[in-house]
Every structure is written in C-alpha cells, then in structure tokens.
Design a protein around this ligand. Sequence first.
Ligand SMILES: Nc1ncnc2c1ncn2[C@@H]1O[C@H](COP(=O)(O)OP(=O)(O)O)[C@@H](O)[C@H]1O
Ligand SMILES: [Mg+2]
Length: 269
Amino acid sequence: MPDFEMRQREESLAERPPLLEVKGLSTWFPVGRTLFGKVKHWTKAVDDISFTVREGETLGLVGESGCGKTTLSRTLLRLVEPTQGTIRYRGKDLLAMSARELRDMRKHIQIIFQDPYSSLNPRMTVGQAILEPMQVHGLYNNDKERRERVLQLLEKVQLLPEHYDRYPHEFSGGQRQRIVIARALALNPEFIICDESVSALDVSVQAQVLNLLRDLQREFNFTYIFISHNLSVVHFMSDTMMVMQKERSRKWGRRRRCTIVRRRLIPGN
Ligand SMILES: Nc1ncnc2c1ncn2[C@@H]1O[C@H](COP(=O)(O)OP(=O)(O)O)[C@@H](O)[C@H]1O
Ligand SMILES: [Mg+2]
C-alpha cells in the first residue's frame, strides 16, 4: 500500500468506534491437583491481556506456538471461560450475556481455523456445508434462496457454480480453505478471527488466500483478528500488531505467563 493510503487508512480507523474491548483478560488452566483437590499450579495460557479492535481494523496477533493465541480466540467467543478480565463487544459485556444473546453474537463473530481438512465434513457436499449454517440460524426464507446465496458466496471466494455438488476431497488445500471462508461468510459476520488460517498451505497458495481475505475486508468492511506464528504473514495483513510471548519459570521449567510485549502501528507493507 502506498504511504498516503496507509496514512489515510490509519486516520480513518482511529475515528471509528471500538468493536471489541478487552481488559485484563486471563484464561488459566489447572494443572495437577493435590490429594485434597487443590490445584497444584496453573497454565496461564492467557495472562492479563488488554487491547481494543476498531471497526474495520485488522489486529495481527503473532507469537510462538503454545503462547496462548488459540486460547485467547476461544476465550473471545466464550468457548472457554476466562479466569478474570472483561470483554466488551459493541460496548456490551460479553461475559454477562445470556445463552440466547451469546448465540446471536456468535453469528456476528466467526473463526476460521488452520486446518481446512478437519473442519469440513467429508460426507457433505460443498454446497451443503455452506448452506447448513444458514439453515441452523434460519437465514433466508427457504432452501432455494439459500442456494442462491451459496452460489454468490462461491463466486466471492473465486470458486465455480459447479463446485456446489462436489465433495471436499476433490479440492486442493487452498480451495478447501476458500470453502471454509465461504462458510464463515454465510452468516454475514462482521468480525472474523483467522487462527493460523493459511499456515497449512503452500507459500504461493497462502498469498492467494491472504489477498482474498484482504479483498473481502475492503468489500464488506470486516474486522479481523489475524493470528499466526509467522511474523511476515501477520505483518502483511495487519494495521496493528500484538506480540504474545511465553515466559518460562525457573521453578517449574514450563511456561508461566503470556504477555503482549509490543503493540504498534505497522509502517507500510
Ligand atoms: N483446554 C486446555 N486445558 C489445559 N491446557 C490447555 C488447554 N488449551 C490450551 N492449553 C495450554 O495452553 C497453552 C496455550 O495453548 P494455545 O492457546 O493452543 O497456544 P497457541 O495457539 O499460541 O499455539 C499451551 O501450553 C496449551 O497446552
Ligand atoms: Mg493455536
């Protein structure tokens, strides 16, 4: 991106309202218990992390394997419960939401995981896979309308109408990740967490998928948290970057804490 465009984007992002505000968030897992059921010590997968993501912004999250990136993204969706801290989504306290509100919120936030092989059901056609979440959430009036929408989505991720009736094994890794992206888009989300979304792909294919994600952001104004252990991938994608680190304790010889060590505006890509 040329410099002036970069600056423009920074300025316009700074004016937008925060979509997600995280303060002092920790997610600890108990490790081992004494005879009396007391926790011996904790794996502090996420420890006292604070950040804000504005509408339309891409926050990059980079850090070595095992530093707590996936735990953080699962905590944001309340797939795991945090130990302490607050999460606000559009100003609403996510930790105080009822089951119903939470289900609604999960329509707006989607996660795209690393492995397109395990995230697609091999016995479901591509069309069914993309249509299913729309059915579950009762989007559109009937299957005919949903099918129309699936065809549009296939086009958005540069796949063809004839792919609708094919099965996942007939596709390459890059194509499967496009299918997974189309399925994530099916519920018209506004916030997408990409957790190592391109890490399993060949480098040349990675670039195609990254460009697709960026184009989709321009078109739909998505907000992203983009997670990778690969610094150059995060650098390419992000407006702002956060680095998580694991620290080892002398006593246990294992990780004790993950902290954000740096958050900065990235100069032009
Ligand atoms: N459900 C769990 N129970 C216990 N420990 C867990 C659980 N999930 C993750 N961990 C631990 O938390 C740490 C962070 O894992 P993870 O969030 O997957 O890191 P990353 O995604 O950065 O590779 C690891 O030490 C992992 O073993
Ligand atoms: Mg992970």
